[in-house]
Design a protein. Structure first.
Length: 564
């Protein structure tokens, strides 16, 4: 749910901070008071596009900050993880949006920068805003199949997953067939080249890391004489020379002769000199062994140089390293195999295509049959909701049309919501409803059902009750109140029948200081609500009668809510 929102320098709002709670919230005010600015703020939080025009005149930037509490396991946490945003489901979710007077926008989620598409992908899970004549996804025919599948996820889901697995295999086979057919002519022209390249690389019998080992061996062989001479000189200086081990041995003997005279100081020195003698003697033996192992092999050196030249030539043609060359070899061997066995592979793929298409069509039919069953259940629930909204004569149908030749990732169905609002009228597309009042109630009926499955915690209705009055207005109010038990509901309204059913009531009004206009938002309590309801009932002049009527409406609304 939305816990708080802070708005600064947005349109005519200088600064507003609001706290929200569970349930049904209404926003009221005179026409032109700025009620839509609250909707604009929520739209921006949800990833809507910004504009420099939204920044209050004379300000450098506007910002909106919203604090949400979202339940553990909600899909939004997975979306955040996919965006690389660190978020703990035990913590609150904070979204901040800034807009500069130049029109630039910056968005942050829990302090981490996010681009607009990322913010929108998160916002779609948090806020759903409905206006009276907006083209919402419920009124987009292409979206109807998604809503049906969402409603019937438990029953439809397994069939859809089985179908999509087979369909993806079918698409991959089709892709392989197309690639094989399209590259056939070009591949035949490359056949001789591929054969030459395979032979050239294969005959070289390359091994990964071979070039590095050979280069090291080449350095040793090319410098064998220098290595031998310097190692010999070092050995003679250490072991054979008069100033080598012989001198150190004599020094050790001298120290041994006098150590007993001053053991405290001389014993450590004598031991250190003795250790140095042994270490130097061992080093001398290692130098001798190294010298004796030095190889003088001009023939081996010639072979290595020729081998390195071969590898260097292959690297210039096929890759920067031996590993790259061998990887390229695998690739062209596959291409060569494909070309040489093209006809067999083509026949094999065509056979696979025929086999998989029959499976896909069978699974598509099973999926469609399940959708038909679920569509009848959904239509029945929608009709029930519409009856609650005083549309007793309305007929509603979720039409599922199957066409096995129109396969897609969603199956072979087209789904469309059809409605007949008046007796004697034929069923027509939901998107062609003309009456604003009918649109409002159908939308509310649909959202009452889908709010239970789409898990969006905040629903906003922007004057969807326009064109409705009397019993229908009361029914809309009661439906919104019931809906608010499963999610947080906000409604901008001009109807007192709707406003009195709210759990929280906010009044938008303007003031001026002679030069600037300011918009204020008041969180109304009982007395304030009575006066606002009286204004909505009676217009500009609030009388004792309208106040009394407003009090009665509020009492009746509270009584009705307690019995829901």
């Amino acid at each position: 749910m939305l816990l708080e929102i802070s708005i600064r320098n947005l349109a005519v709002i200088e600064s507003v901070h609001l706290n929200f709670r569970k349930g049904f919230h209404v926003i009221t005010g005179e026409t032109g008071a700025g009620k839509s600015i609250i909707i604009d703020a929520l739209t921006l939080v949800a990833g809507g596009r910004s504009s420099a025009d939204l920044v209050r005149y004379g300000s450098d930037k506007a910002y909106i900050e919203a604090l949400f509490h979202i339940e553990v396991g909600h899909p939004v946490w997975q979306t955040l993880a996919g965006l690389g945003i660190e978020a703990d489901a035990e913590e609150h979710l904070i979204i901040r949006r800034e807009i500069t007077s130049q029109g630039k926008s910056t968005s942050r989620i829990n302090g981490q920068l996010v681009n607009l598409s990322g913010l929108k992908s998160v916002g779609e899970w948090l806020v759903n805003i409905h206006g009276q004549h907006e083209h919402q996804s419920l009124f987009h025919v292409d979206e109807h199949i998604r809503w049906l599948d969402l409603f019937g996820e438990t029953e439809i889901g397994p069939f859809k997953r089985d179908y999509q697995e087979a369909y993806n295999s079918y698409i991959q086979i089709r892709k392989n067939l197309k690639e094989l057919e399209e590259t056939s002519k070009q591949s035949l022209q490359m056949l001789d080249l591929y054969r030459f390249q395979v032979e050239e690389i294969t005959s070289a019998k390359l091994k990964i890391g071979e070039d590095e080992l050979l280069a090291e061996e080449k350095r040793k062989l090319a410098n064998a004489e220098k290595l031998f001479q310097h190692a010999s000189d070092a050995y003679e200086l250490v072991y054979g020379g008069k100033k080598g081990l012989e001198s150190i041995s004599k020094a050790v003997q001298k120290l041994q002769d006098i150590t007993s005279l001053d053991p405290v100081k001389l014993q450590p020195i004598m031991e250190q000199a003795q250790n140095a003698y042994y270490q130097l003697e061992d080093a001398a033996y290692q130098i001798r062994d190294y010298r004796d192992d030095i190889e003088f092999n001009p023939a081996r050196l010639d072979f290595i140089e020729q081998r390195l030249d071969t590898i260097s030539s292959l690297r210039r043609k096929y890759g920067e390293s031996v590993a790259d060359i061998l990887q390229y070899l695998v690739k062209i061997q596959e291409e060569l195999d494909l070309i040489e066995n093209k006809d067999e592979k083509l026949q094999e793929l065509q056979k696979q295509e025929q086999q998989i298409i029959s499976v896909v069509r069978s699974l598509a039919r099973q999926l469609s049959d399940q959708r038909q069953v679920t569509a009848e259940r959904l239509a029945g629930e929608i009709v029930s909701e519409l009856r609650d909204l005083h549309m007793e004569k309305t007929q509603f149908k979720v039409q599922v049309s199957f066409n096995e030749n129109a396969l897609s990732a969603d199956g072979a169905d087209s789904v469309e919501f059809l409605i007949s609002a008046n007796p004697g009228e034929p069923l027509r597309s939901l998107s062609k409803i003309a009456s604003g009042g009918e649109i409002s109630r159908v939308m509310l009926a649909l959202k009452s059902i889908f709010a239970r499955v789409d898990r969006i915690p905040v629903l906003v209705f922007d004057e969807v009750d326009t064109g409705v009055s009397g019993r229908a207005a009361q029914a809309i109010a009661e439906k919104m109140s019931r809906l608010s038990r499963s999610c947080q509901v906000f409604s901008i309204t001009h109807l007192p029948q709707v406003a009195c059913m709210a759990d929280a009531h906010y009044r938008i009004h303007k003031t001026t200081d002679g030069e600037r206009t300011f918009t204020h938002v008041d969180d109304l309590q009982t007395e304030g609500r009575i006066h606002e309801l009286a204004r909505m009932l009676g217009g500009v002049e609030v009388t004792g009668t309208t106040l009394q009527h407003a009090q009665e409406m509020l009492d009746l609304a509270n009584d009705k809510k307690s019995r829901m």
